[in-house]
Design a protein around this ligand. Sequence first.
Ligand code: FAD
Length: 364
Amino acid sequence: MARVLIVGAGLTGSLCAALLRKETPRPVHLTVWEEAGDSGGRMATARSPCNPQSTVDLGAQYITRTPHYAKKHQSFYDELLAHGILKPLTSPIEGMVMKEGDCNFVAPQGLSSIVKHYLKESGAEVSFRHRVTQINLRNDKWEVSEERGSPERFDIVVLTMPVPQILQLRGDIANLISECQRQQLESVRYSSRYALGLFYEAGTKIDVPWAGQYITSNPCTRFISIDNKKRNIESSEVGPSLVVHTTVPFAVTYLEHSTEDVQELIYQQLESILPGLPQPVVTKCQKWRYSQLCPPQGVVQLNVILNICQLNQSSKFSTREHYVDLRCSLENTGSINQAHMRQPGGGILVGNFIHDTFILPAHL
Ligand SMILES: Cc1cc2nc3c(=O)[nH]c(=O)nc-3n(C[C@H](O)[C@H](O)[C@H](O)COP(=O)(O)OP(=O)(O)OC[C@H]3O[C@@H](n4cnc5c(N)ncnc54)[C@H](O)[C@@H]3O)c2cc1C
């Protein structure tokens, strides 16, 4: 049975795994390796250590269905809505720019529940705290090394982490990328942000008329959300949670500072915006070094195709037919987020379904 490794348990990795399971007619063994201790990636949902029912979305805040996505991928939204994983965003978000025909959704259990849903559907074997460090070609297979265990061999590897992290990988993969392709990939830029999550005791009142607010006049703070209110899950037994996203310039200035120091600065600014805010019981500060793609480079560059090798027609997984199956499955992966992908005509491929992904069929 062909072995496929998906690196990264974010939205791209999880949806890719679910679609491969659903749409590939041949049996495949799916494995997901994730460097963090939980799934979600940039759709991370943090839990309060004092009460695991109290959660906060530290990365993405809501899912926007544009008319274009609705036309192409309505079934994905329908499935998530039917499972109660997505619900329409109904609470007020001040300063939110809505384009005509757009519809926003929140995830009552936190956005990481989307990722967890797809991972479960995929039946993939998921290993956390598996940080991929090297990828080599060994006897027509991709040998993938992670920080702790022994290397393992796969027929296909899909890399879903942000491009700069892909470029940090060692081994043959580094030499298979031509200088020109490397330059293109190196020009892909991401913004950086910090997120600060605050958890409060049950019964705490945060007295603001909105569930979220975009801030335009503060050098540090870009977005504040009373996260449970945004998700319509106010309860007398679970305390409220709040999330702050910083501006990009603030994050760039403090990118290499200690998280403790940065957390303090974000909190001071928050208090100046919301004087009288109650004291949280726990806080969680997250640095997003690679937060969101900076247009326009991202859009252009992620359609790069690395057409380095030809597929071996006789191999188990890499027949052209099978490859097309895989490609079709992956094309759909971009369903609920930005996505495009190009057909490389065989070989190593970089697409941006969702944002940034490599597919490496073995067998040169
Ligand atoms: C602050 C912020 C706000 C956002 N707001 C929105 C929003 O409101 N709406 C929206 O649609 N999108 C939003 N986004 C973007 C959205 O979160 C991302 O587009 C989406 O989550 C990307 O998913 P992904 O799976 O492609 O990447 P990721 O979520 O980054 O997943 C990649 C995974 O790979 C893992 N990984 C990295 N390196 C390795 C390695 N060497 N070995 C193993 N695993 C590795 C990472 O830990 C991560 O889990 C936001 C992002 C941020 C950061």
